[in-house]
Design a protein around this ligand. Structure first.
Ligand SMILES: C[S@@+](CC[C@H](N)C(=O)[O-])C[C@H]1O[C@@H](n2cnc3c(N)ncnc32)[C@H](O)[C@@H]1O
Length: 256
């Protein structure tokens, strides 16, 4: 199993990839909304995600600087969405795509959006995010809490998505033996999920601090990971809906 990551611009990486090199690209590019610095609430004293995270690092004291990403982290990567050329490259190097922030990028019409319900109690935070997919499946909703607040998951990135969200996506959309590309790794949650299912995975991250943090996070996860947990993870993620293959077959039957 491959789990390779590069600290580089994804455009430079994809330039050297063959057409359809990956079965699926699961990506979370900048939306162009300045997420790390945005004031997501209406309260006067509200602080941005980036400043809260940096503050909490300082409050913990110098002994907790093992992960330096929040002290020196770059917070201006979300000022612009990716270029048209990025999407052209992504569609060239991958057979299918799941693109977070797909509501921002003027992508072609699709039947299958994934709506991620972040289980946010308050409306002054975005309660859902949308992922555009290239799949001809019914649209889906997934209810998984984001990693903030009192959640026990350590955050190493201001827009870190839960590993569970990626596990759910992979369970729904990937087939055994698939290879996955994530062009915008961030905290590396996608990489950790791919590793648990045994998918080949390649990721790129342009920022050095984030890159090193995700590497450290991945190595720590890998050292603790017991492959018997795989079964548990799969069971935990079982949902009541028919799985997509069954839905697909039923629809084909109805159409014929
Ligand atoms: C929305 S965040 C990804 C968050 C990630 N999904 C997670 O769960 O942590 C986007 C990331 O893309 C990185 N980035 C921006 N432009 C890039 C590029 N051209 N190539 C590679 N990475 C890039 C940023 O540094 C940032 O960490």
């Amino acid at each position: 199993m491959i789990s390779t990551t590069y600290n580089m611009d994804c455009m430079a990486y994809m330039a050297n990839c063959q057409d359809n090199a990956f079965d699926i690209a699961i990506v979370d590019p900048p939306y162009g909304i300045n997420a790390p610095n945005m004031n997501m609430g209406s309260w006067g004293k509200y602080k941005s995600t980036a400043s809260r995270l940096k503050r909490s690092r300082f409050d913990k004291g110098g002994g907790h600087y093992a992960n330096s990403a929040f002290v020196t982290m770059n917070t201006d990567w979300d000022l612009n969405p990716p270029s048209r050329a990025y999407f052209e490259e992504l569609f060239r190097v991958s057979k299918n795509q799941i693109i977070f922030g797909g509501n921002y990028f003027g992508l072609p019409p699709t039947r299958c959006f994934v709506c991620w319900d972040k289980l946010q109690a308050l409306e002054n935070f975005s309660q859902v995010e949308y992922a555009w997919t290239s799949f001809d499946y019914p649209s889906k909703i997934v209810h998984i809490g984001s990693t903030g607040g009192r959640n026990d998951v350590e955050r190493i990135h201001p827009t870190q998505k839960p590993v569970k969200l990626y596990l759910w996506l992979m369970q729904k959309f990937c087939k055994p033996g698939d290879s996955i590309l994530d062009t915008h790794l961030g905290s590396g949650s996608s990489r950790i999920a791919a590793y648990q299912f045994g998918f080949d995975f390649v990721g790129t991250e342009i920022d050095k601090e984030y890159y090193e943090s995700q590497e450290k996070r991945f190595q720590a996860f890998k050292a603790d990971f017991d492959f018997d947990q795989k079964l548990f993870v799969a069971q935990e993620l079982q949902c009541n809906q028919l799985n997509l293959n069954e839905q697909w077959e039923k629809q084909q039957e109805c159409r014929s």
